[in-house]
Design a protein. Sequence first.
Length: 141
Amino acid sequence: MKNLFLNLLAFLLFQSSFGQNIVGEWNNIDPETQKVNSTITITKRGNEYFGAITHISNPAKRNEICTKCKGDLKGKPMLGLEILRNLKKNDDIFDGGKILDPKSGKDYKCKIWVDEDDANTLNVRGYIGFFYSTRTWVRKK
């Protein structure tokens, strides 16, 4: 009975911590077509999280460069481009960092969180002041 209780407790702890695990591969879903347009791989460095484009679904766009990006990102290939930077875990959200829109070259404040109903869904919000846009990323299987 004691082992059953310990196993159940370990399982529940694993499930709750897994729900907040954002490290891994996430498919970026196009809101218009509902199809995957890219894959973002999120990694953790120290206490911060970063995400880079690791796959582009449209073969014609795989060799594009970021012409509208600024600074050291200008002219870099889209494939491999780090679009999430310096996010920190803050309870159930990850914020304090930036997200880059490579199409416009603009940086936005960012916060992301795992959907409370589905641990395989990540809500990604870029915002300026009170204006924001939220996209859905789905954990790649």
